[in-house]
Write a protein that binds this ligand. Structure first.
Ligand SMILES: C[S@@+](CC[C@H](N)C(=O)[O-])C[C@H]1O[C@@H](n2cnc3c(N)ncnc32)[C@H](O)[C@@H]1O
Length: 270
């Protein structure tokens, strides 16, 4: 190649590099996704829970670093990130992939990416059985649809919902936050152990009718028989039978309760 052809090619190449780099600089920077309150979602639109209510919900659920928290429909990730800042492992399940990426960026900015994770998924098709705490801000109809799955979670699992209830499954606690204009109420439910049925005692029988966390029935112990009324708090059972107050713990088909000077071991089933 002669020298003049060499310089010609070099100058053409340099011109091309200059033009391409000018073109690249002229391109507008890729816009980061900006969420809009009220934007469509698969089953419910996105409206963020006010931060004061997020804090209240996690406080009501008594979230500790030992808990695994799952937010169903996690939006911009605020509940998951707040739980992670309290030291918990937390997962957000969100259908909108842009919101998932936004949440991951927010978690990184807050320095909690190791604890706060997000997955793009449909909450109706997701397994949330490993959670100790479920948070949600969905709709009454969705809460109801999820209710059977929630009632099958491990007794003691705490469920907190922004504003919407679960119809005849009354909350164990309801709180409002002050100085908040919209979506300011949180409800807490504690998944009750399943105790409905007939329990054998060494000298009698305990028959329980269960409606969510509320119980009624009959205690027959020796010659004595009394009506009972009481409540479950996860696997903790308490009831009154006549003048006596019983408290104890349920574990599957075994129950141990103490009261009225008695300690009763009960078993259910065959
Ligand atoms: C009312 S917002 C609540 C957001 C967040 N949990 C909070 O409290 O700030 C409901 C969220 O659920 C998401 N969503 C709707 N249907 C869903 C589904 N089937 N599976 C997962 N996420 C869903 C929406 O995209 C939206 O981000």
């Amino acid at each position: 190649m002669n020298v003049s052809r060499y310089w010609g090619r070099l100058s053409l190449a340099l011109t091309l590099v200059t033009v391409l780099s000018a073109f690249a600089q002229a391109q507008p920077a890729k816009q980061e996704f900006q969420p809009e309150v009220g934007q469509a979602g698969k089953d419910v639109v996105w409206v963020p829970t006010p931060q004061a209510l997020v804090d209240k919900m996690l406080e009501m659920a008594k979230v500790t670093p030992k808990d695994y928290v799952i937010d169903l429909g996690s939006g911009d990730g605020r509940t998951v990130i707040t739980a992670a800042k309290r030291g918990s492992k937390a997962l957000g399940i969100e259908y909108n992939p842009d919101m998932v990426e936004l949440s991951k960026r927010a978690a990184a900015k807050e320095g909690v990416s190791d604890k706060a994770t997000f997955m793009k998924a449909d909450l109706f098709e997701s397994d949330f059985s490993q959670a100790q705490v479920i948070t949600m801000f969905l709709l009454p109809s969705i809460n109801l649809k999820l209710r059977p799955k929630i009632l099958d979670l491990k007794p003691g699992t705490r469920i907190v919902s922004n504003s919407f209830d679960m119809e005849d499954w009354k909350p164990d606690q309801t709180e409002n936050v002050e100085g908040c204009s919209n979506w300011c109420t949180a409800h807490l439910w504690i998944v009750p152990a399943k105790v409905d049925g007939s329990w054998k005692l060494p000298q009698g029988e305990l028959t329980i009718k269960q409606t969510f966390q509320m119980i009624s029935g009959t205690l027959k112990n020796g010659a004595a028989s009394s009506q009972i009324t009481g409540k479950l708090n996860g696997d903790q059972i308490s009831f009154t039978a006549g003048a006596a107050q019983y408290t104890g713990r349920v574990s599957g088909n075994s129950m141990e309760v103490s009261g009225g000077g008695n300690k009763l071991n009960a078993t259910r089933g065959k």
